[in-house]
Design a binder for this molecule. Sequence first.
Ligand code: ADP
Length: 449
Amino acid sequence: SLEHYDVIVIGSGGAGLAAAINAHDLGAKVVVVERMPTIGGNTLKASVGMNAAQTFYQQKKGIEDTKACFYEETLKGGKFKNNPDLLQQFVERAPDAINWLAQQDIVLSDITITGGMSIDRTHRPADRSAVGGFLISGLVKNLTQRHIEVLLDTKADNIEFHQGKVSGVRVIDEYGESRVLQTKAVIVATGGFSANTKMVEHYRPELTGFVTTNHKGATGSGITLLQNLGAATVDMAEIQIHPTVEQKSAYLISESIRGGGAILVSQAGVRFCNEMETRDKVSAQIIGLAEKSAWIVFDEQVRSQNKAADEYIAKGFVVQGESIDDLATQIGMDPSVLTQTLDTFNQAVRQQQDLQFGRTTALRHPLDKGPFYAIKIAPGVHHTMGGIAISTQAQVLDTHNHPLQGIWAAGEVVGGIHGANRIGGNAVADIIIFGLLAGEQAANWVKTV
Ligand code: ADP
């Protein structure tokens, strides 16, 4: 049949598309299968950017950074649970991944910061828009230019793997018809399982009832596909809740708002944590409040420098007040308390020293320029750090640490890189770095069989 491929990529998020393009450019005949009716997966929702140290764009802006610092801070953020070899590979390959994107006309030249990092190393589009949509539309453009086939509404249901050899992938189309696509190699890039309530609750019963920021396709089906072949998993109980999620829509409010200088305030009108701590810590602080929710508060200067803020205003998430008093009244806070909170924070910004909570980054400017804004948020299930075990070459490993011949995995389906807590900006880095690597490895391997 015509359905003979060198490489089948399962999943059309950032990892799958990077893998597909790279494998194609190395001479492989590639197809991408995607269970949803649209391309992009959860990557489309990525907001803040892509972390990398020692890049061309940092250098251009005079930002001094080292790979060693990036490694250490990611390891610390991950509570030292990260797989050191995978993390090393990640940090090492990050600048090349930024350059590869630029070569495909996907330029991430603006730079900001996220919680847990000490240096501006989160690369994002020049217009400071959300990275996810920008990335996927850029990748799709490249896919189209190369005529790489994408089968939508097509779910991978089984990887045909017998006596250590891949022969195909059984898929089910939108009409429920199943057929086998023949292939020599498979790349699993199916994303995480944040939207699989049962699976989340199985590994973390205390997360029952939490909203998720993820798209519906984040069901962890790739993990099951690979476990059926004997693949090992790691860190399955490491599930990240993101501190700032608008609860009615389950929409994530980007870390870039805090990174731009915003603060978090409780219903009592006071700050309660270092807003630039890692996601696990900030989430725990919010859950510790009596009301289990908080407000992100910022001013006109933060808004004017962040495209995402306008998106949130358009979506109706933002309460706007002409003065601090006006804002406080609208959100049911004592105006004198909120005024005092902002005065104290602004003092910290001027002195570049936060005596209350020890915030050391994103003390950008005093929050004193009206109008003032507030968004009500609470934590939501956001990212599954655990997943399939891979080698530093993105090969899927069995429970004896042996690679499954002809099968690679990349992106959120994989476990080990982020340890017990993923740093903002490290997921986009992960999917591009390991997507490219999986694509390269699969394409080169195919030439040998
Ligand atoms: P990553 O960030 O790792 O690239 P994403 O969540 O962005 O992951 O993308 C993964 C994609 O894989 C999603 O679009 C999802 O719908 C798709 N997917 C998940 N399971 C399957 C499956 N069994 N068959 C086909 N596509 C799948």
